[in-house]
Design a protein around this ligand. Structure first.
Ligand code: PEP
Ligand code: MG
Length: 919
């Protein structure tokens, strides 16, 4: 792209050297031709230079559609504007004037001409659409003289003064930042005086009077300055306002929320005005080439007769359904239908169009890829393949992971949320929405839910002991923690809305209320969580139920046909397993057995008894109580998975996480064990560790208490034998967690195999199993060749691997990681592109993963490798796993479709790269 101000605009544009002259900043469209089409041949290139709106206008012009002539000040000029201290450079001004002359020539009119003025609109347009976030000014070029000329020329003074009052209003508020309300007030005042309800009822004289009032208001609030009468001054003011709106709070916030970080500014489109407010044979509308809610192939939209564009968007008047335009102006409607077809065929996507009809003549003002509901995203993608506009690969590539997530979670209605009282904002750990009564303990949550109440569990942080209450709750809110904290990991597994790290919450020590500033929320009061944004609201707001359209299943099937990477799930219960299979899981990649100990009080007490036991015999007695529970759980899971591989991990977390925490708990355990309460308390204190994440956890537990391994392996193998005997297919993979050394693993592999083989032989069974390990400590990745000599498979536990490679606590890093992740523009330091606990740190942790796979396969060719950390359900990480040569990824049931999509997209990218290489 030689002459476009694109790749390195900053230095070139600032330079006064002759090469700066060669840079093209402003692009004309009109008379059937648009500049920039040859030098920016793809739609993406054009959007980067012209912005979305500018690219659409250029495309439509070149396609011969009726587009009023105009020009686009390119996006890089916005960067230049900010670099020059919010100034429009002379170079831009020069090109604007040249292009204005072209527009004037095309229209046979001049800006500001007192007899027959050219009027223009000045609109924003970044490469990605940010609807309503930036500014627009219409009817520019009107002044006290040209308004008279317009009135005379059109023979319609009402129209002329309506246009002028709109321009003064927009320019004052948008370009000069004056408050909107007083001007709206003046408008209402005129309507009240006349006794009319709507704007079109205001006659010309009154509109003229309103213009005077507006101008008076302007000069009173602009230190005596008169409203600008020179059209060029108006133009520079309007262009500056549009550039300035790129950094307005709402635009900055929108980009943060939408995670738009790769754009540098907005383009500005200056275009000949056409008028939908010239009477009943004129109008303006917004339409979608397909229904953006359902995705149905039906023309969809609204329009207003005798109105200008902003009237439709602002919702001042109730618009009419597009279909009725066929009755009112059949010729225009037919033409619009043809435009619809032409643009969909050109862009191979649903388009969002803006049009104006001026005295029965149609003009197209905008086309862009239309925003649509999650349901419509799938429906449209699948339909476009059926209509042969897209290939399956192209359709799959258009889907984003969030599109899938949004299909599954109940949603908060944006309109409802806008009118609600926001309490606080935390970290949006699991999307969706939930509302219910506040419960501060897991026990209350369970008790209330058992009574049929909807509950939100609010905790400082959650621990495995809370799982009952977490499961019973509609949503979870914690004061501390990050996106891979316990609460987030568990909630995600259930598709349950969860907000963590909501540090503004101050939970009272009696656990009966929390405070945010001076607002107090008591146990039993209702709140609503929006897991998409991390916002917490007062009261119970209505939620929308999710739907999965047929098209979703079709598209997922296409993904499965194309991908090579398998997708498993992290599931601890038969319920989760069944759910995950429905989502397309091809096995279980991680069953965290410790989660099974918290289901009932009986299990909790048995594990606590095991922990406080002070002799091997006592420990074995307690373990014997747990055995039947675990065996039954495994039977359930094996049945649910019906022959699919099931990776069961032996117990992992530090034992003190299982100990009782309150007097009632101590007392219960004392009754069961016959030990004194003091004795139990003392034992629990002994078990306390300063650094539990690096302490007595993982396979270190079974190294020191081998009887735990015996019980768990017995439960797994006996469960498998039972299911196999009943005719079921089973394939258990026993996984040793947190390995750091070959010998450490070997001891446990030998113990596991000896016991498993003995049980299988004794039962006369043919059950096959594997024994492998997690790679979640850097040392294990570094020594993977040695470890693979004894491990039959690897599963990368990237939650711990991230924690230990980066030296960041996965539970606490949420407190400062946002500063590392947020860009400098957003007040952060931009150290990481993404939270490494969510999206794999491919540079650092990824290096260990690649090394681990390569080393592991060097001593065990064909070693089966997967991932079971949270990254296994994150799109970019899944693509990395594909490239690294893993066999499968494993993730929470609700993220299985996301992983299937990402795996397919990775395979598609591979094929495309191979094809490009061949060429
Ligand atoms: C991991 O560390 O990535 C893992 C899956 O184990 P857990 O999250 O249970 O520590
Ligand atoms: Mg781990």
């Amino acid at each position: 792209m030689p002459k476009l101000l694109s790749k390195a605009p900053a230095k070139k544009a600032a330079s006064k050297s002759s090469s700066a002259k060669a840079i093209k900043r402003v692009f004309f469209f009109g008379n059937g031709k648009a500049e920039g089409m040859a030098s920016a041949p793809t739609e993406k290139d054009r959007k980067l230079i012209l912005g979305g709106k500018g690219a659409g206008l250029a495309d439509m012009t070149s396609a011969g559609l009726p587009v009023p002539p105009g020009f686009t000040i390119s996006v890089p000029c916005c960067e230049e504007y900010y670099r020059d201290g919010r100034k429009i450079s002379d170079a831009v001004k020069k090109e604007v004037i040249e292009n204005l002359a072209k527009v004037e020539k095309a229209m046979g009119k001049k800006l500001g001409d007192p007899n027959d003025p050219l009027l223009v609109s000045v609109r924003s347009g970044a490469a990605r659409s940010m609807p309503g976030m930036m500014e627009t000014i219409l009817n520019l070029g009107l002044n006290d003289k040209s308004v008279e000329g317009l009135a005379a020329r059109t023979g319609n003074p009402r129209f002329a003064y309506d246009a002028y009052r709109r321009f003064i209003q927009m320019y004052s508020t948008t370009a000069m930042g004056l408050s909107k309300e007083p001007m709206e007030h003046l408008l209402s005042g005129i309507k009240n005086k006349l006794g009319v309800k709507t704007d079109p009822e205001i006659p010309a004289d009154s509109l003229k009077e309103l213009c005077q009032q507006f101008k008076k208001f302007y000069s009173e609030n602009m230190k005596g300055q008169e409203f600008p009468q020179n059209p060029l001054d108006q133009l520079w003011g309007a262009i500056g306002a549009v550039f300035g709106s790129w950094e307005a709070d709402k635009a900055v916030t929108y980009r943060r929320v939408e995670k738009i970080s790769d754009l540098t500014g907005t383009g500005v489109n200056v275009q000949t005005m056409v008028f939908g407010n010239k009477g009943d044979n004129s109008g303006t509308g917004v339409c979608f080439t397909r229904d953006p809610n359902s995705g149905a192939n039906e023309f969809y939209g609204d329009y207003l007769i005798n109105a200008q564009g902003e009237d439709v968007v602002a919702g001042i008047r109730t618009p009419l359904k597009l279909a009725t335009l066929n009755d009112k102006m059949p010729k225009v409607y037919k033409q619009l239908m043809a435009v619809r077809k032409q643009l969909e065929t050109h862009y191979k996507d649903m388009q969002d169009l803006e049009f104006t009809v001026e005295e029965e003549k149609l003009y197209m003002l905008q086309c862009r890829s239309g925003k649509r509901s999650p349901v419509a995203i799938f429906k449209i993608a699948v339909d476009l393949v059926k209509e042969k506009l897209l290939t399956k690969e192209q359709a799959i590539d258009r889907i984003n992971p969030e599109d899938i997530e949004r299909l599954f979670y109940p949603q908060l209605d944006a309109k409802t949320a806008a009118g609600a009282t926001k309490l606080a904002t935390g970290i949006n750990a699991v999307p969706g929405a939930a509302c219910g009564k506040v419960a501060f303990t897991a026990a209350t949550a369970e008790a209330e839910a058992a009574k049929g109440e909807k509950v939100i569990l609010v905790r400082k942080e959650t621990s495995p002991e809370d799982v009952g209450g977490m499961h019973a709750a509609q949503g979870i809110l914690t004061v501390t923690g990050g996106k891979t904290s316990h609460a987030a990991v568990v909630a995600r597994g259930w598709g349950k809305c969860c907000i963590v790290g909501c540090e503004a919450l101050d939970i009272a020590s009696d656990n009966l209320s929390f405070k945010v500033g001076d607002k107090v929320v008591k146990a039993g009061d209702s709140i609503t969580l929006d897991g998409n944004t991390g916002d917490v609201y007062v009261g119970s707001l209505p939620l929308k139920a999710p739907e999965q359209p047929e098209a979703f299943y079709t598209l997922m099937k296409w993904c499965d046909e194309l991908r090579t990477l398998k997708v498993r799930t992290n599931a601890d219960t038969p319920y989760d397993a069944v759910n995950a299979v429905k989502m397309g899981a091809e096995g279980i990649g991680l069953c965290r057995t410790e989660h099974m100990f918290f289901d009932t009080e009986e299990r909790r007490l048995a594990i606590q008894e095991m922990i406080v036991a002070e002799s091997v015999e006592k420990r074995k007695e307690a373990l014997a109580k747990l055995l039947p529970f675990q065996r039954q759980d495994f039977v359930g899971i094996f049945k649910a998975m019906d022959g699919k591989p099931v990776t069961i991990r032996l117990i992992d977390p530090p034992l003190h996480e299982f100990t009782p925490k309150d007097d009632a708990g101590f007392q219960k355990l004392s009754q069961i064990t016959g030990l004194s309460i003091e004795h139990i308390k003392h034992r629990c204190e002994q078990l306390h560790e300063s650094n539990p994440m690096l302490g007595h956890r993982g396979c270190r537990l079974c190294i020191t208490y081998p009887e735990i391994l015996d019980m768990q392996v017995t439960a797994i193998i006996e469960g498998a034998i039972e299911v196999a005997k009943a005719g079921g297919k089973v394939f258990p993979e026993i996984m040793i967690p947190l390995t750091i050394d070959r010998k450490e693993l070997e001891i446990q592999v030998i113990q596991t195999k000896a016991l498993a083989d003995k049980l299988i032989k004794a039962a006369g069974s043919k059950v096959k199993y594997m024994v492998g390990t997690m790679i979640e400590i850097p040392r294990a990745a570094l020594l993977a060749d040695k470890i693979a000599e004894v491990a039959e498979f690897f599963s990368f536990g990237t939650n711990d691997l991230t924690q230990m490679t980066l030296g960041l606590s996965r539970d606490d890093a949420g407190r400062f990681l946002p500063v590392y992740v947020a860009s400098e523009k957003d007040g952060g330091k931009g150290i990481f592109k993404a939270d490494p606990f969510q999206s794999l740190d491919q540079e650092g942790v990824g290096m260990l993963v690649k090394m681990g796979i390569q080393k592991g396969r060097s001593t065990r060719p064909g070693l089966k490798v997967g991932i079971c950390g949270e990254h296994g359900g994150e799109s970019a990480s899944v693509k990395f796993c594909h490239a690294a040569g893993m066999n499968y990824v494993s993730c929470s049931p609700y993220r299985v479709p996301i992983a299937r999509l990402a795996a397919a997209q990775a395979a598609i990218a591979d094929k495309a790269a191979a094809k490009a290489k061949k060429k």
